[in-house]
Write a protein that binds this ligand. Structure first.
Ligand code: ATP
Ligand code: MG
Length: 217
């Protein structure tokens, strides 16, 4: 059995019942309360049975900066999601080699789970604006329902317009969530400058970052 199959939680065992699986993808460098509130409110709004938090594999660079080791990003994801029984930190993408495309991840999940498991891909407003340009966007559209959450600084109506123009058949559910203008970039910058990051992410994640000296220069 391939390694990624071992890492997926067992759901959808009752074929007579629809099961809704949320997928929260991201670099999570580091994970923060913006990610967590987005996933939790998506879970509630769409009655998701489980949300997989899937740190992206190690792209050597993201926007021209080195990305933190996948094991550290995964460990922080485990720490941040541990107390929520509906959250599951997944190694699915970090255990695959090379660039991991969302379309490919969704195809593998679709092949792994029975038909009564429906896939919901959760994004913030910035990601949904770009999604029509992602690799094999038409497969994304056919494999999953998208959940697009509001995010301060990004205009969800711009996403709606781009999706309409794309001609792709996306099923998008837009949800309004409490505005948290938190980003991983801002957390990394604050750490570098020696500023407080308290209440931007969990104490466990902050402790892990300190212990492993992440984001310091
Ligand atoms: P970076 O600054 O490094 O890009 P980020 O904070 O944007 O980090 P990502 O890992 O890039 O975090 O994002 C993963 C997903 O979470 C994306 O779909 C993004 O839109 C969403 N997201 C991140 N932060 C928020 C937030 N504060 N509110 C709503 N959605 C968010
Ligand atoms: Mg981002």
């Amino acid at each position: 059995m391939a390694r990624h199959e071992i890492q997926l939680p067992d759901i959808g065992g009752d074929p007579g019942r629809e099961c809704r699986l949320g997928i929260m993808g991201g670099t999570f460098d580091p994970i923060h309360y913006g990610h967590l509130v987005t996933a939790e409110q998506a879970r509630e709004a769409l009655a998701l049975d489980l949300v997989l938090f899937m740190p992206a594999g190690n792209p050597a660079f993201k926007q021209d900066r080195p990305v933190t080791d996948a094991e550290d990003r995964y460990a922080m994801t485990v720490l941040a999601t541990a107390a929520n029984p509906s959250f599951y930190a997944s190694r699915f993408e970090i255990d695959r080699s090379g660039v991991t495309y969302t379309a490919e991840t969704l195809k593998l999940l679709r092949a792994h789970y029975p038909d009564n498991v429906k896939l919901y891909f959760i994004t913030g407003a910035d990601a949904i604006i770009d999604i029509v340009t992602w690799h094999d966007a038409s497969s994304i559209a056919s494999l999953a329902t998208l959940i697009a959450a509001t995010r301060p600084g990004y205009d969800i109506s711009q996403a709606q317009a781009r999706i309409a123009q794309s001609g792709l058949d996306f099923d998008v559910r837009y949800i309004q969530i409490p505005a948290l203008a938190i980003s991983s970039t801002n957390i990394r910058d604050r750490v570098r400058l020696g500023k407080s990051i308290r209440y931007l992410t969990s104490e466990s994640v902050i402790g892990y970052m300190r212990k492993n000296r992440l984001y310091t220069v």
